[in-house]
Design a protein around this ligand. Structure first.
Ligand SMILES: [Ca+2]
Length: 507
């Protein structure tokens, strides 16, 4: 971490004053004051953390670190966007790909919470019990505090940080909330599938800014785009920023402005028309963000990474072809996502990256790109892909383990991907196990189960999978599909974590 080499300051909690040579820097002192206020409320015992943050600000003032805009779509299929070969025009997503690089083999976990936790931690969610299912509105659990998040790495290094969009990594306790996990600013929602106009989850308001519930009118995708533009416009121009912009589009419920749906009347299926409209609106908001980077002269020093969190849901009109199945399965249709990255001067415009990359790799890759050392106490599962993306080197993945409750039934499904092979294992409630083996290099559509012809490969991968399953915490899982009797949604999800700390926020 940058801060480690220059941290000479000490925070004294009783006096709330700082000592050290950085004290004379007004900007840093202001940052400190804000940070101490926040972190004292959230994590009162992290003195070292505070001194590292302040030193990080100094280091960043001395070196040009890139800004990061991390844009995530929800349930967008591998072949929905035009830049991935889809039939829905996405000129702004295409622009990221055309001015940067397009990934042809980017893999995620097959559903929201596991993918988003992998994105934020760089660690396989099996390690902390979030591999099998999503966090429900009635779930008390979230990403454990011991897992260091990407937002915390950037924040501690002195970046200003914001999440504008969908969290879905825990909402029952204050320690699980975005403002306690490295984000200075949070606007959006905590749960999985809000109403796009009412901004409610199961009837409870789930729309907030930094802990305060908001009742405002508008289509959520447009509101998220507007907030992102506003935050970029009002940011502190003396520090770099990390903006995480996870849209809820194109996740169910399938809702879009009627005029947007009308633009796709040529598509025969209503669900496909609606999904196309949802994507169209999101693409326009991405365009507003790109335009803002341009107008503020930020484009050349900003990494823009776009990806979906999992494969599309065919039943909702998504297109994952030519890959098999989709979201909530461990076939390639559940894992393959559209993805592109832009960083002028570093990423060759119009290039294609055929190398395999996973959502676990985003953490080490962005840290590498930004020159940050995350100072972790636990091993990462991701690989630094920055040398590959910039054409300066190579990287190797040995395997990628995924799992889910298949189609949210009682069946557990697993996937083990290697460069050459793919094992898909399904276990029903009677513990009947079905193994399918595909030669992924020759059969990316997973049409030919060659398990019987390759018993040695099957045995080797099955042993690796069994060992991987044991990484799950002994405490078991809580993936209840239905709420406990008597549960009802809170009037406002922002108040669910009753001890939520009040914070000074911008804008
Ligand atoms: Ca999703």
């Amino acid at each position: 971490m940058i801060a480690a080499s220059v941290s000479v300051c000490v925070y004294d909690p009783p006096s709330q004053k700082f000592t050290g040579k950085e004290r004379g820097n007004a900007g840093v002192a202001r940052d400190w004051a804000h940070h101490v206020e926040v972190m004292s409320a959230v994590q009162p015992n992290r003195r070292v953390f505070i001194s590292q943050f302040a030193a990080g600000s100094m280091a960043l003032a001395q070196a040009p670190h890139p800004n990061v805009v991390l844009i995530m779509a929800d349930d967008l299929g591998a072949r929905d966007a035009a830049f991935m070969g889809g039939n829905i025009p996405t000129p702004n997503l295409d622009r990221i790909a055309n001015e940067g690089a397009r990934f042809t083999q980017f893999c995620c976990f097959p559903l929201c919470t596991p993918s988003r936790s992998a994105l934020m931690t760089g660690r396989n969610p099996v390690r902390y019990g979030l591999i099998y299912s999503v966090i429900r509105p009635w779930s008390p659990y979230g990403v454990p505090a011991r897992e260091r998040m990407l937002s915390e790495v950037f924040h501690d290094a002195g970046y200003q940080t914001a999440i504008i969009g969908k969290w879905h990594l825990g909402h029952a306790h204050k320690s699980q909330l975005p403002n306690a996990r490295g984000f200075d600013h949070f606007y959006g929602h905590l749960n999985a599938e809000i109403d796009y106009y009412e901004h409610t989850e199961m009837g409870g308001l789930d729309w907030q800014r930094n802990g305060r519930g908001l009742r405002e009118s508008g289509y959520s995708t447009n509101l998220l785009g507007a907030e992102a533009v506003q935050w970029l416009t009002r940011r502190d121009r003396d520090r770099p920023f990390f903006l995480y912009l996870p849209f809820n589009a194109v996740h169910a419920p399938m809702q879009a402005p009627p005029e947007a749906i009308a633009r796709f009347n040529h598509l025969p299926n209503l669900r496909r028309r609606t999904l196309a409209a949802m994507l169209d609106v999101m693409d326009k908001q991405v365009g507003r963000v790109l335009d803002t980077l341009d107008s503020q002269g930020l484009a050349s020093n900003t990494i823009v990474l776009f990806l979906s969190d999992n494969g599309g849901a065919p039943g909702q009109g998504a297109d994952n072809l030519p890959f098999r199945a989709g979201k909530l399965t461990c076939y390639e249709g559940g894992l393959r996502v559209p993805a592109a990255i832009r960083y002028p001067g570093r990423v060759t415009p119009g290039s294609v990256i055929p190398d395999w990359m996973t959502v676990l790799d985003v953490f080490p890759t962005l840290c590498s790109a930004a020159g940050l050392k995350p100072q972790l106490t636990q091993p990462l599962d991701g690989v630094d892909m920055w040398p590959v993306i910039t054409g300066k080197g190579s990287a190797t993945h040995e395997n990628f383990f995924v799992a889910c409750k298949k189609n949210e039934t009682a069946d557990y499904q697993y996937g083990l991907r290697t460069a050459e092979w793919k094992l898909v294992q399904t276990i029903d409630p009677q513990l009947k196990t079905t193994n399918e083996l595909f030669h992924l290099e020759d059969d990316p559509r997973e049409q030919n189960n060659v398990a019987a012809q390759n018993p040695d490969v099957l045995a080797r991968l099955a042993v690796a999978l069994e060992n991987w399953k044991k990484l799950h915490p002994k405490a078991g899982i809580d993936s209840s599909m239905t709420p406990h009797p008597g549960w009802s949604p809170p009037a406002d999800f922002a108040t669910l974590a009753a001890d939520y700390p009040m914070r000074k926020t911008t804008p």
